[in-house]
Design a binder for this molecule. Structure first.
Ligand code: COI
Length: 356
């Protein structure tokens, strides 16, 4: 898909955030956005970067009713030498196509996806923040743009990319969070869309997340949708457990999001000699390990969440306290190594970063 990207720069640039320590997560958006249209019979066309602006939409647009939509999340990092790096954007491109297939959305050439991200970030490179731990969060998404209320695959789509200077996803930052193990609502079941990044997955998760937040938990940990027995993932991240020296995480077999951070962390753990077991892990066994003092560390992994330590797991009326409420040594080492590579502080021996 060799296509030119036309660029129309804003004549009215917005003020950039003055205090980068108060960015929060994706609250303000940069000056430009990428757009491309799809028409059945024609394919993807009109790739362009234009000033960031609201969409005008017919109230009967398919996405507003039936949620035929997918998205991705990645970041651009500013190095000490003022280079701008992306982290494994090809993985996001490929995952977006996996989501697209499941949602009957047309695929995008992965090289062109990366090119679109690079071009947009280059246009808005001044929006990549400078402060340690901050980055430009990049949100590519595709939505169905047909007008009409029949339930079927749309013939028109829009691919859009927006970017937002951001700090930590959780208010806690790198401080350990409390997680509620959800045993009422479910997020995914075999045959559904759990492995995709579709808006509908997140819409369905909000209720449980709100109830958990009311009780002071950062997010919920989802169990499998059939037996409610095996751990799957957390609201905005995958999750890993260090038990008796080994690392356990749910296998990505259709109900769990195949996280880019997840696979990078697994690779690092294996490089360092850890045994990593991707499979079924029962919540009852995790709680038992905690009781026996074998649950050494628990951490989430995600683009937004990075590597996020967990200090507490509440399941029914039992609570597991982890690492004495502190960030565990492996969690810290993973965080330092991953962010070191992402911000160009450590050599990228894996070829994971791509310069803009
Ligand atoms: C990300 O980590 O990029 C995500 O997409 C999670 C999001 C729901 C905040």
């Amino acid at each position: 898909m060799a296509m030119n990207i036309s660029i129309t720069r804003t004549t009215n640039p917005k003020p950039r955030p003055a205090d980068e320590s108060k960015l929060g997560f994706a609250k303000q958006f940069s000056d430009h956005m990428f757009l491309m249209d799809y028409t059945a019979g024609v394919g993807w066309h009109d790739a362009r970067i234009v000033p960031y602006a609201p969409f005008e939409m017919d109230p009967a647009t398919v996405v507003l009713h039936y949620a035929q939509e997918i998205f991705e999340g990645l970041k651009a990092y500013r190095t000490a030498e003022d280079k701008i790096l992306l982290f494994r954007p090809d993985c996001n491109a490929n995952r977006m196509n996996d989501s697209a297939d499941r949602l009957c959305i047309p695929r995008i050439d992965p090289d062109f996806f990366v090119e679109a991200v690079r071009t947009l970030v280059d246009v808005d490179k001044d929006w990549v923040p400078h402060l340690d731990g901050t980055s430009l969060y990049i949100r590519p998404f595709i939505f169905a743009n047909d007008v009409g209320l029949g339930v079927h695959a749309s013939k028109h789509y829009v691919f859009c990319i927006i970017t937002a200077p951001s700090g930590a996803y959780y208010a806690e930052g790198i401080n350990p969070v409390r997680i509620y193990v959800e045993d009422d609502y479910i997020r995914a079941a075999p045959g559904l869309t759990g492995f995709t990044k579709c808006g509908g997955n997140y819409a369905a998760s909000i209720k449980a997340g709100e109830l958990a937040e009311e009780q002071g938990f950062a997010q919920v940990l989802w169990l499998d949708g059939i037996e409610k027995k095996y751990v799957e993932e957390v609201g905005s991240m995958n999750i890993m457990f260090k038990i008796d020296g080994k690392i356990y995480t749910a296998a990505t077999v259709g109900t769990v999001l195949p996280g880019v951070t997840r696979r990078s962390i697994i690779e690092l753990c294996k490089d360092w000699g850890y045994e990593v077991i991707e499979g079924k892990l029962a919540i009852a066994d995790i709680m038992a390990a905690a009781r026996e003092g074998k649950l050494e560390e628990v951490f989430g992994t995600g683009t937004a969440a990075v590597v996020s330590p967990v200090k507490e797991l509440r399941w029914k009326d039992e609570t597991a306290y982890i690492s004495g409420g502190k960030i565990g040594p492996l969690t810290q080492k993973l965080y330092d190594t991953l962010t070191g590579i992402q911000w160009g502080k450590l050599p990228d021996t894996k070829g994971w970063t791509v310069e803009v």
